[in-house]
Design a protein around this ligand. Structure first.
Ligand SMILES: Nc1ncnc2c1ncn2[C@@H]1O[C@H](COP(=O)(O)OP(=O)(O)OP(=O)(O)O)[C@@H](O)[C@H]1O
Ligand SMILES: [Mg+2]
Length: 391
């Protein structure tokens, strides 16, 4: 069908043409907004966890937008691994606070923030490393300017939250790839979230990350598991996955059903990213408005190639020869998880050389540790892809 009209959107954080199967998460966030409006205390932040391509970023974007529409102060950023990560993420946090507060200039919260909050945001921004603050920023001596991250974060969050509370709104930090936050910032944020809960401040961390995130959070602060609502997101139900494909097609006058639909669902494994990828090739392969089984067969073949290229090949190429052997040994367990103890036997190597390979593969974002002594691929379908590789 007409390529220019292809509605499917395989990509990172790209809003899908039909957002399906995530009503529970959307309702949970709506409830948080409603409770903040009613000044009801006792709420928890939300952590979304799941493998690559299940739709975490898309949901976080929706939550951030929904909060902004309701007059919240929102700072949204993505954590980054590696040596530069801590510096970069502090700058992003500072910049987002500045932008977030500017968006509220026309809102009812502004008069409160001017009295309490704005000065702390300016002060902490300097401490977080942001240079080139705009001339109209106001500095209030004595708040959030100690240059101690824990103290400054708490003072800033207190000032901003109390102002947002008066405006019957909230203050959210929306953090993607949260498993990559450095220990210092993660620890400070969790402490503040804890304090906020006890004092009834409407401050919430809304995070997204790999399934290793809850473990990392509890390791950093043992009480942290009670601070959040954890939502594991993954495969869609059969009905939702069908809707993800049929709704955009029928909206544009096409028809998809029966065996053609089942073939594509089977190939996509009901994962959001794969559904978009196969939806895209289905549209390309369709010879008429009513999509046939033959069209679907071709689309599955093209979709598998596209997925290999977009999703798997880059990750595979990032791995060195030794790391590929490690990944191959993992792929004997299909999609995993794999016990690290079994890998030593399979590869005939000692524990310490495998530990450093494991560390590098985690750093490269190819595997993660779902729990102690286990590892797993971050991307659904990676095990099957590796099993097909010959080099
Ligand atoms: N509920 C949904 N229904 C249909 N498609 C979806 C849904 N959620 C996400 N998608 C699609 O899936 C793809 C991946 O979404 P997104 O980037 O949000 O995933 P992610 O979990 O953040 O992945 P990563 O871990 O790689 O960052 C996008 O193409 C998006 O349009
Ligand atoms: Mg994402």
């Amino acid at each position: 069908m007409e390529p220019a009209l292809n509605p499917f959107a395989p990509g990172s954080g790209v809003m899908p043409p039909a957002m399906v199967g995530r009503q529970t998460e959307i309702d949970a966030f709506d409830l948080l907004i409603a409770r903040a409006k009613a000044n009801t205390a006792g709420n928890r932040g939300i952590l979304l966890t799941g493998l690559r391509g299940v739709g975490k970023t898309v949901l976080l974007n929706m939550f951030a937008e929904q909060a902004r529409r309701n007059g919240w102060l929102v700072a949204q950023f993505e954590a980054q691994p590696g040596a530069e990560g801590p510096k970069v993420v502090r700058m992003k946090l500072a910049r987002e606070l500045q932008l977030g507060v500017r968006r509220l200039k026309q809102s009812s919260a502004w008069s409160h923030l001017r009295l309490q909050g704005l000065g702390s945001i300016s002060n902490i921004s300097v401490g977080l490393g942001l240079k080139g603050l705009t001339a109209d920023m106001e500095f209030t001596p004595g708040r959030a300017d100690s240059k101690d991250l824990h103290i400054d974060l708490e003072e800033m969050v207190e000032d901003v939250s109390l102002s947002m509370h008066k405006a019957r709104a909230g203050f959210a930090l929306v953090i993607d790839e949260m498993q990559d936050l450095d220990d210092e910032l993660l620890g400070a944020l969790l402490t503040v979230q804890h304090t906020a809960g006890q004092r009834g401040w409407p401050f919430y961390i809304i995070g997204g990350g790999l399934p290793s995130l809850p473990g990392k959070v509890s390791e950093t602060r043992p009480y942290a598991e009670r601070l959040f609502q954890y939502r594991m997101i993954g495969k869609l139900s059969h009905d939702a996955a069908s809707d993800a494909l049929t709704t955009p097609i029928s909206r544009l006058g096409g028809l998809l059903g029966g065996e053609a639909l089942e073939l594509v669902l089977e190939a996509a494994g009901r994962y959001p990213y794969s559904l978009q990828a196969y939806g895209h090739t289905l549209w390309e392969a369709a010879s008429g408005k009513e999509i046939s089984t033959g069209d679907a067969r071709l689309a599955v073949q093209l979709g598998a190639e596209a997925l290999d290229q977009d999703f798997f090949v880059a990750r595979w190429q990032r791995a060195t020869g030794a790391e590929r052997s490690y990944l191959r040994a993992m792929s004997l367990d299909g999609e995993g998880p794999t016990n690290t103890a079994d890998l030593g036997d399979r590869l005939g190597k000692n524990h310490s050389s495998l530990t450093s390979q494991r560390g590098r593969l985690i750093e490269k974002g190819i595997i993660f540790s779902p729990e102690h002594g286990q590892i797993q691929f971050t991307v659904p379908g990676m095990g099957a892809f590796i099993a097909r590789q010959t080099d």
